[in-house]
Design a protein around this ligand. Sequence first.
Ligand SMILES: Cc1cc2nc3c(=O)[nH]c(=O)nc-3n(C[C@H](O)[C@H](O)[C@H](O)COP(=O)(O)OP(=O)(O)OC[C@H]3O[C@@H](n4cnc5c(N)ncnc54)[C@H](O)[C@@H]3O)c2cc1C
Length: 407
Amino acid sequence: MQFDVVVIGGGAAGLFCAGVAGQLGLKVLVVDHAAKVAEKIRISGGGRCNFTNRDLDPRAPHKHFLGENPQFCRSALARYTAQDFTALVQKHGIPFHEKHKGQLFGDRSSEDFIRMLLAECDAGRVERWQPCRVEHVAAGAEGYQLATDRGAVSAKAVVIATGGLSIPQIGASDFGFRIARQFGLRVIPTRAALVPLTFDGERWAPFSQLAGLALPVRISTGARKEEMSFDEDLLFTHRGLSGPAVLQISSYWRETQPLRVNLAPTHDVDDTLIAAKSRSRKLIANELLGVVPSRLADAWVAQDAAWQRPVNEASDKSLHQLAERLSRWELVPTGTEGYRKAEVTAGGVDTRDLSSQTMEARQQPGLYFIGEVVDITGWLGGYNFQWAWASGYACAQALAASLHRQP
Ligand SMILES: Cc1cc2nc3c(=O)[nH]c(=O)nc-3n(C[C@H](O)[C@H](O)[C@H](O)COP(=O)(O)OP(=O)(O)OC[C@H]3O[C@@H](n4cnc5c(N)ncnc54)[C@H](O)[C@@H]3O)c2cc1C
């Protein structure tokens, strides 16, 4: 079997790249070891797929992307923008809406986006094999030879689009990193990102009763100069913290570092309590009701006997302490929920070993890496998909330019 390009991994980046390359006239095969392609699109955005973000500024990728060198994604993001992908979604008649902070979601179901990508692949006469295992990839003078459980395949170019390690239950594997190492590319150590954080069982016990409670917070981590903060919703869970605020900060959090959480970011809690002291005889927990949800107010005052009394009987010092604790709650996670629950994998194929224009390995012509397998990680909010589309597009354009030149 002979193809111009074999794309390994039929997820967001792989299917999109294959469709574009096929429509540019290349003979493309997509191979995926899972029975169903694009399972991550299916479960994305709570089943609605947050497919891109209007606020993405390709001139400033460091604002929404992490990695050793976020500038790497600048060229690809500038050449295939959120507007470009949105135009494709509109062309396919898929209804969508903006949720908040520029996040665009499908109105109906993620299936719409999978159907769209498969239709684009069909328009490019892309062949798909799945489930199909790739056992071996070798480079020779004539291109690449692949041993698969459906037989041998040769191709002029190979695109690795096997994603990261998160959610192994639906097909994630370390294949891309192994291939990178096989061909001498460096791999930045990986870690779970956009992931819930966990805390020591005993120390967390007083807060575990808050499981299910969500509230808007400001959350921060890092030393002063490098501090990262997010204003988003936080969710208490049985084992720790989750919700958009925590998922976002988890990408920046490093083991042993503390988090700082302002549980009442739009209130001056100190002023509120001191003012209440001069005019009220209510319990402190009741005075906190306008500031934080009542379950949190109750759990909070339960931490100190000095806070379980009428506000007029409390000392100024204890009220200051309570205000400080609510607006600057400092806590050190013991870890994360790991790849099982992570939305993405940080780290990956070292961008120093790839061309930012084409996604081709610098020292291995014909071998390309796109999407999450690369050391580029986006914020929550559609940024990871936009990287998948943009890197897939840059790669497809480069493949067409290079292979059409070849005899
Ligand atoms: C629960 C959840 C929700 C998410 N929601 C969003 C969202 O709303 N918006 C957003 O921007 N991002 C979201 N993400 C992140 C987003 O899904 C990924 O960043 C994106 O899918 C990465 O695209 P990819 O093509 O690089 O990898 P993937 O989409 O993961 O595709 C990789 C493909 O490679 C295949 N594969 C793996 N190993 C092999 C192998 N050895 N051989 C053959 N095939 C292999 C897999 O089966 C898979 O089909 C979410 C992630 C999760 C887990």
